[in-house]
Design a protein around this ligand. Sequence first.
Ligand SMILES: [Zn+2]
Length: 150
Amino acid sequence: MKPELQSELFRRYPKLFRKPGKRLVDREVISVFDARLQDDNGPFDEHGIECGEGWFNLVDRLSGACESEIERLMAQGVPTEGWPRIAQIKEKMGGLRFYVNGPLSDDLRTQILKVENIESLHTCERCGSPGKLRDGRWQHTYCNTCDQTE
Ligand SMILES: [Zn+2]
């Protein structure tokens, strides 16, 4: 995804896309010791968002839902280390993968799975138009126009 579009998402959702990455190994632990914190530097920190522009709206919507989740956790007094954080956002087998470390509600997990397994497989990864999964040298989800100019 173009850097300027990634920057826009980072600006919209500063809590989700925060740095540095430290997370609770065990979120049930009440007392927080350094030994229970773990660096979560992952593929996202190395590579940013690894999918096409066409999925901007899908990533935007899921990121917004995660940001709201963090706001709920903040209201409950959960410290920064216990907030969800992006591990990796990428394309795999023609679909979006939106991997998050940390606690997520069942509702949010369901939303993510729906976008990964259904919506991204019907949205052109290049331009965002309605698309479908294409089997070729590798699997990608494109609209007819993008598939022909590939
Ligand atoms: Zn397209």
